[in-house]
Ligand binder design. Sequence first.
Ligand code: CO
Length: 180
Amino acid sequence: MPKPIVIWPDKVLSTRTRPVTEFGPALDPLLEEMMESLRTAEGIGIAANQIGVPLAIAWVGREDGTFFEIANPVVLETSEPVSLEEGCLSVPHEWEQTPRFAKVRVRYQDRTGAQHELEAEGRLAHVLQHEIDHLDGTTFVEHLSQLKRGLIRKRMQRLQKERAAEAAGGHVHSDECEHD
Ligand code: CO
């Protein structure tokens, strides 16, 4: 069973993650767990804190459907602002126009600790900004108006209650249990 994805609002999503200091095979189990949750949810990126692990590492999806890992990423440069429709595995069923940058230049480390610099535009730039935000403790809804964020918070709280009820046994209609 893949690890469940943490739903916003949750403290682990609003807390800046710890830098990765141990590289190599030690990271493999975590990356595999993250990938399993990502594939199950059919997402295009996932940050470690979305499965409850407060470490600065994420999977980022390329346009061709492949993924690469980024550890300790930093945005070095941004271009002109754009507004892009955005969603998040931690905020299911919500899609909103979100302020981002058209292009970004980022520095990150891979799972071996090797340093990389990448200039990205289009969807890749978008996913990078979204995942780096997660690692910094920011979910995309925090870029929206207070009004929109408030409405989304209510819907997420309802969703969490439904999921908790399901996890508790699924028998929401208790009188149905009377029938043998
Ligand atoms: Co997200």
